[in-house]
Design a protein around this ligand. Structure first.
Ligand code: NDP
Ligand code: HSE
Length: 434
């Protein structure tokens, strides 16, 4: 029977792009080692992509080709583990997941969009039919963070998970900072290196990080993945001037995914943040990812490694395949799907933190008084303030960092600033996050 995982593992690989071709390479190079470590043989029983004739840097001629990936998950296909590396939250990836898991066939994926959007449904289906469902590569590429949360930290009440979860954005921010390059030039390089999603706006606009944050929150707090209540900002509007001021003030700008369990509920958010240079996340560069987890017994643990690219991602997929071969089970999303709670979302307006603000204003008397009056009225206390000589497009910059304050107050002050005649452009605001 297809779902019988006591004999050979016969893998069907759906999607032969950056990651799919990487999985074929690992199986070809380390097949014997992996069989020994798994305690059983693992062979490729089928492959599928759109274009049969495309050169993928691997010889696929000996493998059975499926024009329709979903056919690999049919009960009589001879395949007992599907590895989905197509991508996308719906379409062929979802159809394949439903077919495989419905038929009791194991399903391994690197697809964070699929798990973030349909994780609960797929986990419930897998638990009903007894099929394995694993997604290590979906978050932070080569870093075994899913395993850390599901296994290594299982004895803890996790209170916070925050991380640099998108290799493309971290690569872009790193090169913008180090080389003063334009955003678009660096994005093209990230695409060439195989880091970016098929639709790179998912990377740049923070959606990919949001998918990963929703999955981490689910595993950490036992809640359903929730993309509806996850405020998301990307890096498109990061101005070179803020990168410069960050450096001057002892920070570095990073795109973060944050999930915190507070007395009020679950706070999840994705946004660029000013990270103090002394914090572990500030020193994570290029396409590297890192995740910081706070647990009540373990304290803080930090995980760092390659977050994207062929080798690291295929490495994580292989770990899942071996886990399935070893028969390692357990609830698919950390707790049984029917016990996942619906999180009480905490709106970002209630976030308490410190902030970086940048205003471009007219250089004349009274301007500072107008600004500080608003800050006083909105109860925003300033920690530091500096004014620099002329901005290239006129006026001067006023840079401020705040003491701890609730975000609604900062938002109210920013709104009022835009109404001042002396304020020459929409003020910039970045949360400061250690
Ligand atoms: P690619 O775009 O490189 O590859 C996608 C593959 O899917 C291609 O081989 C494509 O075929 C194939 N495909 C598209 N539509 C179908 C279909 N209907 N049936 C069968 N095959 C199809 O993507 P990646 O390898 O980069 O990403 C794959 C997954 O891994 C995604 O979910 C992604 O988010 C995830 N991931 C990627 C990482 C990375 O660094 N690249 C890191 C972590 C996760 P063809 O080649 O013929 O066009
Ligand atoms: N596009 C993603 C990134 C791939 O850049 O991190 C890894 O999930």
């Amino acid at each position: 029977m297809n779902s019988d995982l006591s004999g050979k593992i016969i893998v069907g690989i759906a999607g032969l792009g950056t990651v799919g071709a990487g999985v074929v390479k690992i199986l070809e190079k380390h097949g014997a080692l992996i069989a020994a470590r798994s305690g059983r043989e693992i062979e490729i029983g089928g492959v599928s992509a759109r274009d049969r004739n495309r050169d993928r840097g691997v010889d696929l001629t000996s493998y059975r080709w499926f024009d329709n990936a979903v056919d690999m998950a049919a009960k009589n296909s001879g395949i007992n583990l599907i590895v989905e590396l197509i991508g996308g939250s719906d379409g062929p990836a979802l159809a394949l997941a439903r077919e495989a898991l419905g038929n009791g066939i194991g399903f391994v994926t690197a697809n964070k969009a699929l798990i973030a959007m349909h994780g609960k449904e797929l986990a419930a289906l897998a638990e009903k039919t007894g099929a394995p469902l694993r997604f290590e590569a979906a978050v932070a590429g080569g870093i075994p963070i899913i395993k850390a949360l599901r296994e290594g930290l299982v004895g803890n009440d996790v209170t916070a998970v925050r991380g640099i979860l998108n290799g493309t954005c971290n690569y872009i921010l790193t090169r913008m900072e180090r080389e003063g390059l334009a955003f678009d030039d660096v994005l093209a390089d990230a695409q060439r290196l195989g880091y970016a999603e098929a639709d790179p706006t998912f990377d740049i606009d923070g959606i990919d990080t949001a998918h990963k944050t929703a999955i981490l929150a689910s595993l950490a707090f036992g809640v359903e993945p929730d993309m509806e209540n996850l405020p998301t900002e990307g890096i498109r509007n990061i101005a070179p001037v803020d990168i410069e001021y960050a450096k001057e003030l002892g920070y570095r700008i990073k795109l973060l995914g944050v999930a915190q369990h507070t007395d009020e509920g679950v706070e999840t958010r994705v946004h660029p943040a000013m990270v103090p240079i002394s914090a572990p996340l500030a020193n994570v560069m290029n396409a590297t990812n890192a995740v910081v987890v706070d647990g009540d017994f373990v304290g803080q643990t930090v995980y760092e490694g390659a977050g994207a690219g062929q080798g690291p991602t295929a490495s994580a997929v292989m770990a899942d395949i071996v886990d399935v071969a070893r028969g390692q089970g357990g609830p698919r999303l950390g707790v049984p799907a029917d016990q996942l709670k619906t999180a009480v979302p905490v709106p970002v307006s209630k976030h308490k933190g410190t902030y970086y603000l940048r205003l471009r204003v007219e250089d004349r008397h009274g301007v500072m008084a107008d600004i500080t009056k608003i800050l006083a009225e909105e109860k925003v206390s300033i920690e530091s303030m500096l004014q620099r000589g002329r901005a290239s497009d006129g006026g001067v910059y006023i840079i401020m960092t705040t003491h701890m304050v609730v975000e609604a107050s900062v938002a109210a002050a920013l709104n009022r600033f835009t109404e001042l005649e002396c304020v020459l452009e929409t003020p910039a605001m970045l949360r400061i996050e250690a």
